[in-house]
Design a binder for this molecule. Structure first.
Ligand code: FPP
Length: 254
C-alpha cells in the first residue's frame, strides 16, 4: 500500500498481482446527471426528476455499502447551478434541507459519515448550520464516507486552497502535492478511483479536477434516477477489468 497525495491509503499504482487490481474501488465519485431529462420524458416538472434522483441516491448509498465501497462522493449542486431558474435552485436547496432532516439520522444509524464538499458561504444560514451539524453528528462513523458536493466547483476549490495556503503563510518550498491536497475540501479522503457520469454526457464539468487526475471514468447513457444497483454493479465490473497504470508502463507478465 502507498499513501496518495492526501495521505490516505490506496492500492499500489503498479503490482505484479493483477488480482490485486481486480478489486472494488475504494472511492467512487458520481456525477448524477439526467434528472431533468428523466422528468421531461415523463411529462413531469424538473424538480420531480431531482426528487426521483434523491430516492435513487438512497438506494445507491445502500448498494455502495453492500459492494464494499468505502468512500462515495456525489455531485449534487455545482457552483454553475446557481444559473438555473430560481425555482429549481430553491427546490434543490429545499431537497438538501429535507435530506438532512430525514436521511442523516438514518445514515448515522447505518454508520455513514457525511462530509460536505464545497463552499458553505452563499448557502442560506439555516442550511449552513444543518450541514455543520450533520458533519459533527456523523464524524466518527466508519462504514462509508459520503461526500456531498454541494455548492462545489473544482476551480473555485483550487483557488480557495491557494488563498488559505497564502493566508497560513506557507513558503513556496513548503507547498508540495501532499500539502496542497490537505487544503482541498476533500482533505484526508483518498482520491477517487472511479468517476461515474450518467445520462450520456461525457464531460468533467468542474468536478474534482485535482482529485480525479488518475481516476478511471465510466460513462453510461442511463439517466441518474434509473441508475440502480445493477447499473452500479456493471460499472464496478468494468472498473475491475481496467488496468490502472498511473502513467507507468504496463505491468510485466513475466
Ligand atoms: C443533474 O441533472 C443533477 C443535478 C444538478 C442535481 C443532482 C441532485 C440530486 C440527484 C438530488 C440529491 C440531492 C442532494 C442534496 C443529496 P440535470 O438536472 O442537469 O439533468 P438534465 O441534464 O437532464 O437536465
Amino acid at each position: 500500500m502507498r499513501s496518495n497525495a492526501s495521505g490516505a491509503q490506496t492500492a499500489p499504482p503498479t503490482s505484479s498481482s493483477s488480482s490485486e487490481q481486480r478489486r472494488v474501488p475504494v472511492h467512487v465519485a458520481i456525477i448524477m446527471d439526467g434528472n431533468g431529462r428523466w422528468a421531461q420524458a415523463r411529462g413531469l416538472p424538473r424538480l420531480a426528476g431531482h426528487r426521483a434522483g434523491t430516492e435513487n441516491l438512497r438506494r445507491i448509498i445502500d448498494a455502495s455499502m453492500d459492494f464494499g465501497i468505502q468512500y462515495l462522493t456525489v455531485y449534487a449542486f455545482s457552483t454553475e447551478n446557481w444559473g438555473r431558474p430560481k425555482d429549481e435552485v430553491e427546490g434543490l436547496m429545499n431537497i438538501l434541507e429535507e435530506v438532512i432532516d430525514t436521511e442523516v439520522p438514518r445514515l448515522h444509524e447505518k454508520g455513514v459519515q457525511v462530509r460536505h464538499i464545497g463552499a458553505l458561504e452563499g448557502l442560506r444560514p439555516e442550511l449552513q448550520r444543518k450541514i455543520r451539524e450533520s458533519e459533527e453528528l456523523t464524524r466518527n462513523n466508519k462504514r462509508l464516507v459520503l461526500g456531498v458536493a454541494f455548492n462545489y466547483g473544482g476551480r473555485a476549490e483550487i483557488v480557495h486552497a491557494v488563498r488559505r495556503i497564502i493566508a497560513d503563510g506557507l513558503r513556496p518550498e513548503d507547498v508540495d502535492e501532499a500539502t496542497f491536497a490537505r487544503y482541498l475540501y476533500t482533505a484526508g479522503m483518498p482520491d477517487p478511483d472511479l468517476v461515474i457520469r450518467t445520462s450520456g454526457e461525457q464531460r468533467i464539468s468542474n468536478f474534482l479536477l485535482w482529485q480525479a487526475a488518475y481516476a478511471e471514468w465510466y460513462f453510461t447513457p442511463v439517466y441518474w434516477p434509473d441508475f440502480d444497483r445493477e447499473e452500479l454493479r456493471k460499472a464496478l465490473e468494468e472498473y475491475s477489468r481496467r488496468e490502472r497504470r498511473f502513467g507507468r508502463v504496463p505491468t510485466s507478465k513475466s
